[in-house]
Design a protein around this ligand. Sequence first.
Ligand SMILES: [Zn+2]
Length: 240
Amino acid sequence: MADRETGTYDRIRRQAYDANMAIYRSGLIVLTWGNASAADHDAGVFAIKPSGVSYDELTPESMVIVGIRSGDVVDGSLRPSSDTATHQRILAAFGSVGGIVHTHSPFATSWAQAARSIPCLGTTHADHFAGAVPVTRHPTAQEIDDGYEAATGDIIVEHFREHGIDPLHVPAVLLPHHGPFAWGPSAETAVDNAIALESVARMALYAHQIAGSPPAIPDRLQRKHFERKHGRGAYYGQPG
Ligand SMILES: [Zn+2]
């Protein structure tokens, strides 16, 4: 293997490992119900958690390297996460996505199980997601039986394309009766978005309990909050 490849693999393995450990430590994960990946689009590969390995036993070296186009394992001795094909389809479709996190975090999963998108009710949500976090369609019987994980990724991509949603403007989605996927330009931001998603899912549930059907945040306020953090004239945080 060329030195350059080794360097790339080491770097994304480390990023994927750090992201997997971060979601574990954040409390979003129970048992082994989660996985994170880190991509290098120039090299055409991503690193992902091995399947069924407990978080105590994970190491950066155990992360599996997979081709973004092919979906084939290109380096690593363990089997990749069973959700690998979902990550692969999202990464193959969206070159702006550099890392993906899948969890069954309870509040986001509760909205997914109710097959309801999470409406944008406040500025906490608007800081991270420019509008509702959508819920996709159900997979068909054939999609469930044949290539389920790849079909799941295709359904996510289809939803964002059909609705003209920029995946970096709304960096998360809910799969009905399943749970959330979150992503970002890097694995690290994907973790932040997965944590933010769980938090806004919880607040949206409480707002519904308080108000029945709480009003959506006014458009202008929603745009203001997203754009001051992510827009062209972003001014949140310290100048880089
Ligand atoms: Zn899952």
